[in-house]
Design a protein around this ligand. Structure first.
Ligand code: C2O
Ligand code: CU
Ligand code: CU
Length: 548
């Protein structure tokens, strides 16, 4: 049964990729006619950005070093989708019947105790993306929670302050459940992050804003509602793309800001879409954090390219803007990665004049990945006396200062190899999404890693499109890309990183004593993962998966 389903995915995938390769017309067909960013800057009908609700600790004692939460996965929660062209209602799947994804906040060292109730009609789990926790708490597909069952997740988090998240991870249903609306934010703080806030070296409070960016496709209205469409087009197996990009559940929202620095936690929690984030005036901004925590030294850029599941924390500086002005955050057009990802290296703002107000579809009728899109707008409405001066180096005891070299690796000279391919099999041209030639098997452990070891993994992409590679349980340091030493934001800790077509990314990381058991590595294009571009690795001597 399971096998049959996965096979069907493959067969479906085949025609799609074939079409994609033949018609790879990239961003050249953008319909620039529907407007440019200048119109966006003065548009009067933008909805207001909604802030994500923060769950409160149920034990009502903020000082007991324990966090207690309940998350219930519900179906059919009516959500108002707000857009510049009017609002509508869409039934979604959400935690705790909340209309928006929720935020959980915790401090390093706290014991988390979280009761999960599955009110869906299929198996689910909660996977803690980016957390260093034991495998039986990690919410992988080998610990499914059946409908109407509960599970208590309990773990202690001992890792640096970071912008983490959580989402379902059941076998072959991850893409669908995340797409339907199940995902949440987990913000971990520590003494360093709190110290930087207290000394005005990082914006905090209402100038620390979480932005969840997700693309979706909606059906036409029926019975007063617009249902979400999932995998209803031939190309979707190549990665589910929507034609509407939502930020915290709204399309192109605006946020009123003061003349000050803001910390924006940018989450790309789309199923498959990449973004090339930049401001409409090309202004520089400062990146202070990546997936696994704050950067040792902030990095100044004028755009940042992000694959699915990656996060960055940026400092946007509005202190020199005048009250009454607006500036947009957009995703620039880039070469559709069906063929290649060359656009990541063009630092300029060259595509700005082609800025398109609406994502469009390409000539094959498929929503494209690289179409320019308006993400949100900042409206400067008040003067603020802002004392913030961003830190220039993290305190000396921050773990990120310790950089591993090949000499630290237990597998030096025998690096673990992962080769991502999309294979055409047999005369029917069946397409499969595999790593090291193998599709995911729920009963097979693919890699055995020694307890407490430090390893170098080499991830190679021999397919025509970029894949965001992710491994559970660990935060990696990137050593090199195609042999070129890591620099810039690649010096931050990463749990997910894009591997472009024909690229090899070498990473190093240490498995901690808490890492015991079976974990996943996979492409974080969720449709690729569900189709089998995933494997198990076992840390230490035992796990939960029956190896064949
Ligand atoms: Cu965010 Cu295995 O996933
Ligand atoms: Cu994960
Ligand atoms: Cu992939």
């Amino acid at each position: 049964m399971l096998h049959k389903n996965r096979k069907r995915f493959k067969v479906l995938g085949l025609s799609l990729i074939t079409i994609g390769l033949l018609s790879g017309c990239g961003s050249s067909d953008n319909t620039a006619s529907s407007g440019n960013y200048k119109a966006f800057l003065v548009q009067t009908s933008l909805p207001s950005l909604r802030l994500l609700p923060v769950l409160s600790d149920e034990d009502a004692n903020p000082n007991d070093n324990k966090s207690t939460y309940t998350l219930t996965a519900n179906k059919n929660v009516d959500v108002a989708i707000e857009t510049p062209n009017g609002n509508w209602v869409t039934p979604m799947w959400r935690y705790n019947n909340n209309t928006l994804p929720v935020i959980i906040k915790a401090n390093r060292g706290e014991n988390m105790s979280l009761k999960f109730k599955n009110k869906l009609s299929s198996d689910s789990t909660i996977h803690w993306h980016g957390f260093k926790i034991p495998a039986d708490m990690d919410g992988g597909p080998d610990f499914p929670i059946a409908p109407n069952r509960t599970k208590l997740y309990s773990f202690t988090m001992d890792q640096p302050a970071s912008s983490l998240w959580f989402h379902p991870h059941p076998d072959m249903q991850t893409g669908k459940q995340v797409y339907m609306g199940l995902a949440g934010v987990f913000i971990l703080e520590d003494e360093i992050s709190k110290g930087l806030e207290a000394s005005n070296q990082l914006p905090s409070g209402d100038r620390d804003i979480t932005l969840l960016v997700q693309d979706r496709r909606f059906a036409n209205e029926a019975n007063g509602k617009r249902e979400l469409l999932y995998m209803n087009q031939e190309m979707d197996m190549d990665g589910m793309l929507g034609d509407k990009v939502l930020v915290n559940g709204s399309e192109s929202p605006k946020l009123e800001v003061g003349t000050a620095k803001y910390r924006l936690r940018l989450y790309n929690v789309s199923n498959a879409k990449n973004y090339d984030f930049a401001f409409t005036d090309g202004r520089k901004f400062t990146i202070v954090g990546t997936d696994g925590g704050l950067l040792a030294k902030p990095v100044t850029v004028n755009h940042i390219f992000m694959g699915a599941a990656e996060r960055v924390e940026i400092i946007a500086d509005f202190s020199k803007d005048s009250v009454g002005s607006t500036v947009g955050l957009v995703s620039k057009a880039f070469e559709d990665d069906t063929m290649d990802m060359g656009a990541t290296d063009t630092g300029g703002m060259d595509n700005m004049d082609n800025m398109d107000t609406n994502p469009s579809t390409n000539m094959s009728g498929r929503t494209t990945n690289g179409t320019a899109v308006n993400i949100m707008r900042f409206d400067v409405t008040k003067n603020i006396d802002d004392p913030t001066t961003i830190y220039t180096a993290l305190p000396a005891h921050a773990e990120i200062h310790t950089r591993f070299t090949a000499d630290n690796a237990d597998n030096k000279g025998n690096e673990r190899q992962f080769n991502m391919t999309m294979n055409m099999n047999g005369s029917m041209g069946v397409m499969s999404f595999v790593i090291n030639g193998k599709a995911f098997d729920a009963n097979r452990v693919d890699e055995f890693v020694g307890a407490n070891s430090t390893e170098i993994w080499n991830i190679t992409n021999n397919s025509p499109m970029a894949h965001p590679f992710h491994a559970h349980a660990i935060q990696w340091q990137i050593l090199s890309r195609n042999g070129v030493k890591a620099s810039g934001t690649d010096l931050g800790w990463k749990d997910t990183f894009l591997v472009k077509a024909n690229e090899s990314v070498k990473i190093i990381g240490k498995f901690e004593p808490v890492n015991q058991g079976d974990y996943m590595y996979h492409c974080h294009i969720l449709e690729h993962e569900d189709a089998g571009m995933m494997g198990y690795f076992r840390v230490g001597g035992s796990g939960n998966v029956n190896k064949k």
